[in-house]
Design a protein around this ligand. Structure first.
Ligand code: GLN
Ligand code: ZN
Length: 769
């Protein structure tokens, strides 16, 4: 391929970069500031240093245009709320007294004032703070942060492009402020918000920004004609401003669909589109819309949210096609690199062969720069990189790790019958009733008990070699004994071992499954200063040996009551890991399901009569557009059933999910065919019980009667009254009594009191039936 003249200017760019630094400097500085150990000045100096270092790293890697304004002390949506002056009334005084402390008060709350609500940023595991708006909201521009960071990047001579959350996405992510009617639509504030954006854009222009990026990922979701209309209006108005920077409107995570022609026709100067697999329709849609004549196209060909190396030849082919569709084509990652860890090169424990398949943020910037060079100067200028890339991809495709014949054969041999219990629910329920002999309204918990300081210390001691494995396991057994003794004394019917041995509900299993990798430094921001290290589904998955059986059987040996075995389900294992991109998600889910199916069988063989398979992530992985829902739910529910269907009739399968709204996945919950489902419900006054009833849900359910998200202890009367609400929807023979979720984040005193009240409530209500 030789470069066409149009490509001569192709540039490399990114929309955002991991924030915390190589040694988690930002996290340490912010948490130090919260504890009073770091001054505000020192925190700001650390932040400036990190921004400087990040830009330098990007430029040294060959990135031409660097993002600014993507940095955040907590969250970029909260930063946007500050930028447009949308500070909730309850935080106004704090913000006026001290901008930084007020900012953290909005993010985290204070003793007296609640924080903003937090929720997931599209289908990622990053959480943003939800803007609170109402008819009385008065916006006011505050461009200090954006302008400040722009100037910082201009000073050493970089070419910065400020990145802002776009006005339409900002409003679509907002919710009615407390006290505002629930049907208030924040999007109705667009006309009030646009002048504020105009002012910020003017300030950025005056400070020297040639281009400004406005992120509109909300437009990749299904949008109503009114919402598309709002987008059209927004960019017509912003485009019509006279003294403005050039505008680049960015979208990612999925294809733009109906929004593509709207943005393509808007009087803006460029679009940034996702051209990875997740947004495959963008290419054809762009061609169908007539391309972007006279405009700049930024092509997100490097996956910004997964950790695999790019396929250069494929990307160059896409870029080649795009050259015919726009005036100028630049190369980028599909989205901000915020969603991947910083640097794969620092990993020491990963097999060097596998390490060559991985690209974290640093490696991705190099990929982007290489592709831009290939595009601008011809592929002969990147011949060495192309050859190395081809070799790495071939090594991955041909590796024994990614192709385990035994796993593949077993997966291929799965039949529909493997995913079906051998008897219908009614027959199973009778067998379970006879076998378990539980009372009406049986009580149970969701799995974990408080993860105490001693437990964390035990793990740290083991890692540091201060205790040996035997010593560690002794501590775990002691904990299990105490947890069992407490539950017996409290009068709980189906006990749990408390999960004291688990560092994390996904990582614990990932560490024991072949084909899964753990990273040492692969931290990714989840929210604020909380970072997680998602494991990597790198190869075919198999289970060398049982993972939970000895702890469950030990717990069972301490009591005559049934102890529930606890597993993390296949969908959640995928949702909270980096997934393979070389096979369909459903294939990976099936492999994980088969490994878990063996664990279920081993638990049953060891005498476990109740087994819970948690799927808290079932709903969050739902594709962004409705068109993708059915296919996703088909493989997701199949994987769950494959995990759980191998058991005898009398073995009771539980599942657990926690999120506020279940409405749109009740059918999927039904399709899991679990005997018992426990769900979060306390805060919504048992809403889910009514939703299950409306659906005609035929099996047992435990809508939570104890909100575990706060240290507050529900009284026995309160739990009883929730239980009566549950009974209004679900008959007593099918209703369970349990908390909303696991207790690992709670302390012992409130856990003890709350569970005692929960048992008292069950007894009171049983007596009324
Ligand atoms: N069994 C897990 C626990 O109790 C479930 C956690 C979850 O739903 N997120 O901790
Ligand atoms: Zn939960």
């Amino acid at each position: 391929m030789t470069a066409k003249p149009a490509a001569a200017a192709a540039r490399a760019t990114v929309y955002g970069y991991p924030r915390q630094g190589q040694h988690r400097e930002l996290k340490k500085a912010i948490e130090g500031y919260w504890k009073g150990r770091v001054t505000a000045d020192a925190l700001m100096e650390t932040a400036r240093g990190l921004r400087r270092a990040n830009w330098r790293q990007l430029v040294d890697a060959g990135v031409h245009e660097v993002p600014t304004g993507d940095f955040s002390y907590y969250d970029h949506v909260l930063d946007t709320s500050v930028m447009v002056g949308a500070v909730p009334d309850r935080h106004r005084a704090a913000v006026e007294a001290d901008a930084l402390d007020g900012y953290f008060a909005m993010a985290r709350g204070t003793q007296d004032v609640a924080p903003l609500e937090m929720t997931k940023w599209f289908d990622t595991n990053y959480h943003y703070l939800v803007p609170e708006l109402g008819p009385d909201t008065v916006f006011a521009a505050d461009s200090a942060k954006q302008v400040g960071e722009l100037k910082e990047a201009l000073a050493p001579g970089h070419t910065p492009r400020p990145v802002l959350v776009g006005p339409v996405t900002y409003l679509l992510l907002a919710k009615p402020a407390p006290g505002v009617a629930a049907d208030f639509e924040p999007l109705t504030l667009l006309d009030r918000l646009l002048p504020v954006y105009a002012e910020v854009l003017g300030d950025l222009r005056a400070a020297g920004a040639e281009w400004v990026q406005l992120d509109e990922p909300a437009l990749v979701q299904d949008r109503t004609p009114a919402e598309l209309n709002a987008a059209e209006r927004a960019y017509r108005d912003l485009g019509a401003l006279t003294d403005r920077p050039k505008l680049l409107v960015a979208s990612y995570f999925d294809q733009l669909g109906e929004a593509l022609p709207v943005l393509a026709k808007a009087p803006v100067d460029g679009l940034a589109l996702d051209f990875t697999e997740a947004a495959a329709g963008n290419l054809d849609a762009l061609a169908a819309a007539g391309g972007l004549p006279g405009k700049r196209l930024v092509a997100g060909v490097v996956n910004g949210r997964n950790i695999w190396i790019n396929d250069y030849e494929k990307s160059l082919a896409t870029l080649g096609t795009l050259l015919g569709l726009a005036d100028r084509v630049d190369v980028a990652a599909s989205c901000s690199l915020l969603h991947v860890p910083l640097d794969a090169a620092v990993e020491r424990d990963i097999d060097p062969q596998i390490l060559r398949w991985l690209a974290f943020a640093r490696q991705k910037t190099a990929e982007i720069a290489t592709l831009a060079r290939g595009l601008a100067q011809g592929t002969h200028t990147i011949a060495a990189e192309l050859a190395a890339n081809r070799a790495d991809l071939a090594s991955r495709a041909g590796s024994a790790i990614t192709h385990d014949p035994a796993v593949r054969a077993r997966s291929a041999a799965v039949t529909d019958a493997d995913g079906r219990r051998s008897a219908p629910y009614a027959k199973r329920a009778a067998a379970q009733r006879a076998h378990l002999g539980l009372p009406l309204l049986p009580t149970t918990t969701i799995g974990s008990f408080p993860q105490t300081g001693e437990l964390r210390a035990a793990r740290a001691d083991l890692r540091a070699g201060r205790i040996d494995t035997a010593g560690y396991e002794e501590r775990i057994r002691n904990e299990i004994r105490e947890v069992i003794a407490f539950q017996e004394k409290a009068g709980i019917d189906v006990l749990v071992h408390g999960e004291p041995e688990r560092n994390d509900m996904v990582q614990y299993f990932a560490e024991q499954l072949t084909g899964y990798l753990a990273t040492q430094h692969g931290w990714v921001q989840s929210y604020g200063t909380r970072y997680v290290r998602p494991p990597v589904l790198a190869g075919d998955i198999s289970r060398p040996e049982p993972m939970t059986v000895r702890w469950t059987t030990y717990a069972q040996s301490c009591t005559d009551r049934p102890v529930k075995g606890m597993l993390t389900g296949p969908v959640t294992m995928l949702a909270w890991s980096f997934v393979r991109d070389d096979q369909p998600l459903g294939d990976t889910a099936r492999q994980v399901a088969l490994a878990l199916r063996d664990e279920v069988a081993d638990l049953e063989a060891a005498g476990t009569s109740v087994i819970q398979v948690d799927e808290p992530a079932l709903r969050e992985t739902l594709p962004l557009r409705a068109a993708g829902h059915a296919a996703y739910l088909a493989w997701a529910t199949e994987a769950f059933r494959l995990t759980t269907s191998g058991v005898r009739d009398r073995t009771q399968i539980h599942t657990h999910m926690c999120y506020a709204e279940f409405g749109d996945i009740v059918q999927a919950i039904d399709d899991l065919d679990a005997d018992v489902v426990s769900l979060e419900a306390a805060r919504s006054h048992m809403q889910v019980a009514r939703e299950l009833a409306a659906h005609g849900y035929p099996r047992e359910a435990g809508p939570g009667v104890y909100d575990i998200h706060s240290p507050r202890v529900p009284s026995a009367e309160e739990a009883a009254s929730l239980l009566r609400k549950g009974l209004d929807a679900i008959p007593a023979e099918r209703l369970w009594v349990n908390p909303d979720c696991g207790l690992k984040t709670r302390a012992w005193p409130e856990t003890r009191a709350s569970l005692e009240n929960l048992v008292a409530a069950a007894r009171t209500v049983r007596a009324e039936i």
